[in-house]
Design a protein. Structure first.
Lengths: 256, 249
């Protein structure tokens, strides 16, 4: 892998991603979905829906910016993992399902280089989505509350942006699963399994902060319960599975 | 004498249950079009995948331009195995540009190449059409263009006439003859003796994962000779294993 071949691979993958309906529609669905659920939850809580209020917790009951941001964080932790997982799964799995993987052999740009380029393009896409999501939620909050964000709300928005960014790091195992399973289904299944386990750990509480995929969600929803060390540990998921994915692409054979 | 464009020695990959290729020796010289002919399941695609690094052999070696494949060698290879390298959401020109870039071609040079191959394979009217909207045959043409546009020295095409109309077959045949005349080594496979196999300098017959003989491209009834070779090999296999490996030099 050289700087030149990586630059070529990034340019190629970026061009493919820019034309992708999957990435655009996933981004739009996530941003509008989180905003819509947050806004409607606030409206429902204000109207005295006790069941919903119980589910959303005390912060949501507070209403206003703090309430809306609390709901947005909860929804982003789960929906973000699913949406980013779908995007990442497609980026890798489509080469197998479309049959274009044969064209990625026998090139001076090696397969690990292409796999790394996909990961880099994915991260750039998630950063853009995280930014868009934060802006969408902010605009929604202004519309629903009729107030501009105060200092605490601005910190809450920054926290939401950070949560979306960290959530994007979590579905990397899906890229590895797409490669090992040679398709979309194993990757999506891995994303859903990761989401389910993470949600169970978050709800269970306790040592949840030490479970890397759960740390960002716990940090966003219950600040103070997760230490910086636990948050840093989250990085082991993308780094570990990123390296596994590169290795799988290096050793890849079209033998099934 | 310059090295063979493709040289395979004792290539073996056993998938179990009788599927695979066994001890294949094969050579493609510079300037040569070498056709690999065999019935469905004979092992043509497996052999090509081994040559292109899509499979690792259980035994045997592959040399391209006289050395084990490395990135510098791969930049001189063009191939189409099974699926055309075309992304449905991208138009013809973009697909070709990306393919050229992945072969290490600089951006300005890639634009010139794409323009040239679009004309050569009569694809200009599809340059701005998304690949998913193309017919199967035009998608195949696009895949062939991606494999040939950078004027590779080593060309490996698996059943390249699949889905092509007669005009496409003639364009492909001419494109291959041109590149072979310029020094490329071309390996094409076919399950029947199609128009491309008929312009080959050499025709090797593969059956049951082994090379079983060669056909004279200028022979009078090569179709009959092909089936006679395959039939004789099937009968030999039915009688049981022999000590003699079924290879030709």
């Amino acid at each position: 892998m050289t700087g030149r071949t990586l630059a070529i691979a990034i340019a190629v993958e970026a061009r493919k991603a820019a034309a992708s309906r999957v990435l655009v529609s996933t981004a739009v669905l996530l941003c509008t979905g989180v905003a819509a659920i947050s806004a409607s939850a606030m409206v429902a809580a204000r109207s005295g829906n006790e069941q919903l209020a119980a589910k959303l917790g005390p912060l949501a009951l507070a209403g206003g910016w703090p309430g809306l941001l609390a709901v947005a964080a909860q929804v982003t932790a789960a929906a973000g993992l699913l949406a980013f997982g779908v995007g990442l799964s497609w980026l890798y799995a489509r080469e197998f399902t479309d049959g274009t993987i044969t064209g990625l052999f026998g090139l001076p740009v090696t397969r690990p280089t292409i796999a790394l380029a996909k990961l880099i393009v994915y991260l750039v896409w998630t950063l853009a989505v995280a930014g868009l999501l934060t802006v969408t939620v902010a605009v929604t909050a202004v519309t629903v509350t009729g107030e501009l964000p105060d200092a605490a709300a601005r910190i809450g928005l920054a926290r939401l942006l950070a949560l979306a960014g960290m959530t994007a790091l979590l579905p990397v195992p899906a890229a590895w699963a797409a490669t090992i399973g040679r398709g979309l289904l194993p990757a999506i299944a891995t994303t859903v399994a990761l989401l389910a386990v993470t949600q169970i750990v978050v709800v269970a509480g306790g040592v949840g902060g030490w479970f890397p995929p759960a740390a960002p969600a716990l940090w966003a929803v219950l600040p103070g319960t997760v230490s910086p060390a636990q948050l840093l540990l989250t990085a082991t998921v993308p780094v570990g599975f990123g390296l596994l994915t590169l290795h799988a692409w290096r050793r890849l054979q079209l033998d099934r | 004498m310059s090295a063979a464009r493709i040289q395979a020695r004792g290539l073996t990959r056993d998938f179990g249950g009788g599927a695979g290729v066994y001890g294949i020796d094969l050579e493609v010289a510079p300037g040569e079009i070498h056709a690999l002919v065999g019935l469905n399941g004979a092992g043509k695609t497996t052999l090509m995948r081994l040559l292109l690094g899509m499979l690792r052999p259980d035994a045997g070696t592959v040399l391209l331009n006289g050395r084990p494949p490395d990135p510098a060698v791969w930049s001189r290879v063009g191939h189409l195995v099974e699926t055309p390298f075309a992304y449905g959401e991208l138009d013809g020109r973009t697909n070709l540009t990306l393919a050229a870039r992945l072969h290490g071609v600089a951006a300005p040079e890639a634009a010139r190449m794409v323009h040239s191959v679009l004309t050569e394979l009569n694809l200009n009217r599809y340059a701005t059409v998304r690949a998913r909207r193309l017919s199967l045959g035009n998608r195949q043409r696009l895949g062939l263009a991606a494999a040939l546009q950078h004027d590779p020295e080593i060309i490996v095409l698996d059943e390249p006439t699949n889905a092509l109309d007669p005009a496409g077959v003639i364009l492909l045949r001419e494109a291959l003859v041109r590149r072979a005349a310029a020094g490329a080594g071309v390996l094409v496979s076919s399950h029947h003796l199609d128009e491309v196999a008929r312009v080959a300098h050499r025709i090797t017959v593969i059956n049951g994962g082994r090379v079983i003989g060669a056909l004279d491209p200028h022979g009078i009834d090569i179709e009959r000779s092909f089936f006679a070779l395959v039939h004789a090999d099937d009968e030999r296999a039915a009688r049981g294993p022999t000590d003699e490996p079924r290879r030709v030099a």
